[in-house]
Each structure stands twice: as C-alpha cells, then as structure tokens.
Design a protein around this ligand. Sequence first.
Ligand code: FES
Length: 69
Amino acid sequence: MVKIKALKNGPYLVEGKGPWKVVSDGEEKTVEQATIALCRCGHSKNKPFCDGSHKTVGFEAEEHELTSE
Ligand code: FES
C-alpha cells in the first residue's frame, strides 16, 4: 500500500514500504525510511525532499490524501 498525504501548507508525505529508490538527474540513491517527505513548494535545497523551507517562504496549499491498495 502507498499513501500520499499533501499536508496543509507543507510537503507530500509518502508512506509505503521502504527502502525507496530515488533517481534525480540520472543519479540513484536509496532512502531507507518507510515515510518520506517530498517538497511541494519548490524551495527545498535538498530536492526532491522537503527541508522545511516551505515554512520560511509562507507556502500555502490545501491538504489531500491518496491511497493505493
Ligand atoms: S514543501 Fe517543504 S521545503 Fe518545499
């Protein structure tokens, strides 16, 4: 199961079965956590992951939740 939560004024939380294989600009790395936070505001300095920058830029967005069995 994979669950994606778009947090109010914050990142996408992706919950599933880790580890995650992440490919960015052709470079691959492994993230061990089951839950990861992906940047939704566009201001993270550690994309694709959220680094908390959304708080300092005043990012505003609705919350949503999607689940796949
Ligand atoms: S959503 Fe957190 S840094 Fe972009």
